[in-house]
Design a protein around this ligand. Structure first.
Ligand code: UDP
Length: 489
C-alpha cells in the first residue's frame, strides 16, 4: 500500500533567505509538477527568524508542511568568539535528535524517500540512513562554489603542508577544478583563515559530502560547462564524488505583496523609458557604511541616470559593506535619514530616482523593460535573476562568495563592471560610481555587456525547457526518488 502513496521529501534548511528562496521554489516544483509531498523541518537556531517565518508562511502552498523544531540544548559551550555561521551550523547539528523524532513520525504516515539538506546539514545523514532515506545536498550556489566546497579538504591539506594558516598569505592563485583561479582573499570570508571555528566546521561537512547520494545545484550546465564537467572527471585527487545535478535557474516566483511601496515602485517604472533605470540593491542582508552610502548617493545623482535604490540603515562599525544586523540598529531609525542633505528632494523633484526602504520586488523590477542595469552585491540568486532577464551589472561584492562571483561576472561571463576603490580610504568614490552607471546605461562600454547579457538570457531560457539540460537533470533526480523503495515501519 505504501508504495502507491505519493513520494514524500523532507527539506532541512539553514535560515539564510538566499537559501530558503530557491529551496522553497524547488519544493513547489516537486509538489505542483511532480506529484510529491514535501515537509520543511526548520531547526531552532536560538534566535528569532521573523522574516524567514513570514516568507515561508506567505509563499508556501498549503500542501507543503512547515515544522519548526523545539529549541536545541543550550549553546552555552559555543566559543564566545565564534561568528554567526558557527552558531547556525552548530544549531543544525544539535537539532538532529529532534529531526529524528519528526522523521520517525513522518515515516509512519507517509512514503518518505529523501532528505534534502543545505550545505552545512550533513550531520543529519546518519539519521537519514536509519530510515533508509536517500541523502541529497541542495547547493543554492554556483558550480564554482560547489567545486570549492568539494575541493576544500584537499586545499586544506596543501595549505597545511606548505605551512599556511591563512589562505590570504598564499602567494599563488588557488586552483579549483574547472574554475577560474582565485586569490586567497577572494575566498568566502569564513573560509579564509584555517584556524577559525567556522572553517573547521566547513572542513567537517565538506569531507562528508561524499556520503550524499547526489548534489543538486542551482546553476546550469551551459553557464559553467567547465566546472560541471570537472565533477564528472574520474580522478582529480579529491576522492569519489556523488553525482551532481544542475537544475537551475530556480528563481523566486512569488507575486508582489501588493503593498503600497511595491505598487508605487512598479508604477514608477512603467513611466520610465526602456532600459533607462539602474536598480541598486545589496540582497537580503547587505548594507554599507555611512561614508560609502553618502558616496553612492552622490554618485547616483551625478550620473544623472534614473535609479531605484533599496536602502538600509548604514552599518555602525565603519566597514564599507557588511551584513545588516537588525539587532545593532535602532528600530526607530529611518534609512532615509542617513542620506546626504537635500538628496531626496533633488532626485525626487527631477523624477530621477526612487528610494525604497529595506525590501523591493526585485524579480519584478529586473524583469521590467525599463530596467537597464543592476548594481548588485552579487549574491547568487541576484545574479541568476539578472541573467534570466538579460540585465548587465555593476558588481559590488560585500561578503561571502560575492568576491568569487564578481570574478566570474567580470572575467568569465563578461556581463559586469567592477568599481575601483580609492586607495586612501577603501571607498568607491562618487565619480567612479557616476562614470560606471553612465557607461552601463548609456555608454559604448556598456554595449558589449548588454549583448553578452542578452546571450546568457537566451541560454538560461532554453535550459529549463522540456528538453533543456536542467530539465533533464531534474527529471533524473525525480525518477530516482520515485523509484526508491521505502521500508515499511
Ligand atoms: N530580494 C528581494 N528584494 C530585496 C532584496 C532581496 O526580493 O529588496 C530577494 C532577491 O530577489 C533574491 C534574494 O532576495 O532572490 C537575495 O538572494 P541573494 O542570493 O542575491 O543574496 P543574499 O540575500 O543571500 O545575500
Amino acid at each position: 500500500k505504501q508504495q502507491q502513496q505519493k513520494p514524500h521529501v523532507v527539506i532541512f534548511p539553514s535560515p539564510a533567505m538566499g537559501h530558503l528562496i530557491p529551496l522553497s521554489e524547488f519544493a513547489k516544483r516537486l509538489v505542483l509538477t511532480h506529484n510529491f509531498s514535501v515537509t520543511f523541518i526548520i531547526p531552532n537556531f536560538g534566535f528569532p527568524i521573523i522574516s524567514q517565518k513570514s516568507f515561508l508562511d506567505s509563499s508556501m502552498p498549503k500542501t507543503i508542511q512547515v515544522l519548526y523544531l523545539p529549541p536545541p540544548p543550550p549553546l552555552a559551550d559555543v566559543p564566545s568568539d565564534a561568528d554567526p555561521s558557527f552558531f547556525v551550523t552548530t544549531a543544525m547539528t544539535r537539532a538532529v535528535p529532534a529531526l529524528r523524532n519528526s522523521l520517525k513520525l513522518l515515516t509512519e504516515s507517509t512514503r518518505l524517500v529523501a532528505l534534502v539538506v543545505d550545505v552545512v546539514g550533513t550531520d543529519s545523514f546518519e539519521v537519514a540512513r536509519e530510515f533508509n532515506l536517500l541523502r541529497y545536498i541542495f547547493v543554492p550556489l554556483c558550480a564554482m562554489s560547489l567545486s570549492l566546497l568539494l575541493h576544500l579538504p584537499k586545499l586544506d591539506e596543501e595549505a597545511q603542508a606548505q605551512g599556511y594558516s591563512d589562505y590570504k598569505d598564499i602567494p599563488d592563485p588557488i586552483k579549483i577544478p574547472g574554475c577560474l583561479p582565485i586569490r586567497g582573499t577572494q575566498l568566502v570570508n569564513v573560509m579564509q583563515n584555517r584556524n577559525t571555528h567556522t572553517y573547521k566546521l566547513f572542513i567537517h561537512h565538506t569531507k562528508r559530502y561524499n556520503l550524499a547520494d547526489g548534489i543538486i545545484v542551482n546553476s546550469f550546465l551551459e553557464l559553467e560547462p567547465r566546472a560541471f564537467n570537472a565533477f564528472v572527471d574520474k580522478e582529480d585527487g579529491s576522492g569519489k564524488k556523488p553525482p551532481v545535478y544542475p537544475i537551475g535557474p530556480v528563481l523566486q516566483t512569488r507575486p508582489t505583496s501588493g503593498n503600497d511601496d511595491e505598487v508605487e515602485c512598479l508604477r514608477w517604472l512603467d513611466e520610465q523609458p526602456r532600459g533607462s533605470v539602474l536598480f541598486a540593491s545589496f540582497g537580503s542582508s547587505g548594507t554599507l557604511s555611512q561614508e560609502q552610502l553618502t558616496e553612492l548617493a552622490l554618485g547616483l545623482e551625478m550620473s544623472e541616470q534614473r535609479f531605484i535604490w533599496v536602502l538600509r540603515c548604514p552599518a555602525k562599525d565603519g566597514a564599507s559593506g557588511v551584513h545588516y544586523n537588525a539587532q545593532s540598529i535602532n528600530k526607530d531609525d529611518d534609512p532615509f535619514d542617513f542620506l546626504p542633505k537635500g538628496f531626496m528632494e533633488r532626485t525626487r523633484r527631477g523624477g530621477l530616482g526612487l528610494l525604497v526602504r529595506s525590501w523591493a520586488p526585485q524579480i519584478q523590477i529586473l524583469s521590467h523593460v525599463s530596467t537597464g542595469g543592476f548594481l548588485s552585491h552579487c549574491g547568487w540568486n541576484s545574479i541568476l535573476e539578472s541573467l534570466v532577464n538579460g540585465v548587465p551589472l555593476i558588481a559590488w561584492p560585500l561578503f561571502g562568495e560575492q568576491e568569487m562571483h564578481t570574478e566570474m561576472l567580470t572575467k568569465q561571463f563578461k556581463i559586469a563592471f567592477r568599481p575601483k576603490k580609492n586607495e586612501e580610504d577603501g571607498l568607491v568614490g562618487r565619480e567612479e560610481i557616476a562614470k560606471l552607471v553612465r557607461d552601463l546605461i548609456l555608454g559604448e562600454g556598456g554595449k558589449p555587456l548588454q549583448q553578452k547579457a542578452r546571450e546568457l538570457k537566451e541560454l538560461a531560457a532554453t535550459t529549463t525547457c522540456e528538453h533543456g539540460s536542467s530539465a533533464k537533470s531534474l527529471a533524473q533526480v525525480i525518477q530516482i526518488w520515485k523509484n526508491h523503495e521505502t521500508i515499511m515501519p
